[in-house]
Design a protein around this ligand. Sequence first.
Ligand SMILES: Nc1ncnc2c1ncn2[C@@H]1O[C@H](COP(=O)(O)OP(=O)(O)OP(=O)(O)O)[C@@H](O)[C@H]1O
Ligand SMILES: Nc1nc2c(c(=O)[nH]1)N=C(CO)CN2
Length: 183
Amino acid sequence: MNIHSTSEESEAYIALGANLGDREGTLSEALNRLNNHDEISVVRCSKVYETEPVGYLDQPQFLNMAAALRTTLAPETLLEVMLGIETQLGRIRDIRYGPRTVDLDLLWVEGQTLDTPHLTLPHPRMFERAFVMLPLSDIVPQNEQSSGLRKLITAALQDIDGKEGIRLWTTSVWDGGSGHSAS
Ligand SMILES: Nc1ncnc2c1ncn2[C@@H]1O[C@H](COP(=O)(O)OP(=O)(O)OP(=O)(O)O)[C@@H](O)[C@H]1O
Ligand SMILES: Nc1nc2c(c(=O)[nH]1)N=C(CO)CN2
């Protein structure tokens, strides 16, 4: 059996951010590259928000969004694919929490908790970040009860700081990989 994939498909949620260069174009290209992978389908995308930088303040505003994937890849392999796409799209790692052409974080994988040197699931800082929770709330079904994720998002959004630094930018940056603009 291939250790990098499983026969079972699972749902995974990711966060995307960009604050350098053509932010919309880079987010869209990241989604194309994920969806073009044989073992990944992008099944839902959130709206796109422009957000004030958090953590390291002296940097441009971000565009942030979230996406739901279906994948047969193991979580560690999915993260490797995501980190590869960050590199292909020109991400340079220098300042922690600093500016980046694109950032892809693996937030949540159905039925998985992990704490290894390379991957922690759920993502350890997701519930304290309004720029993650608001987009994620767009795509986690309201009736999702099996994992408790919807309840965790609702609770986080009640307590979280920084919601005022978030504005709707556009409803969609991705055309589903068809190469045509969504109508
Ligand atoms: N759930 C996860 N999603 C993404 N990266 C993770 C996760 N858990 C651990 N990591 C590790 O974190 C490392 C650093 O990631 P990255 O440079 O994107 O951090 P950051 O975006 O600056 O900060 P943050 O992780 O707080 O968003 C990655 O190389 C990866 O191995
Ligand atoms: N608004 C916003 N701020 C950030 C972001 C981000 O995606 N959006 N990412 C960071 C590093 O993970 C640090 N700060």
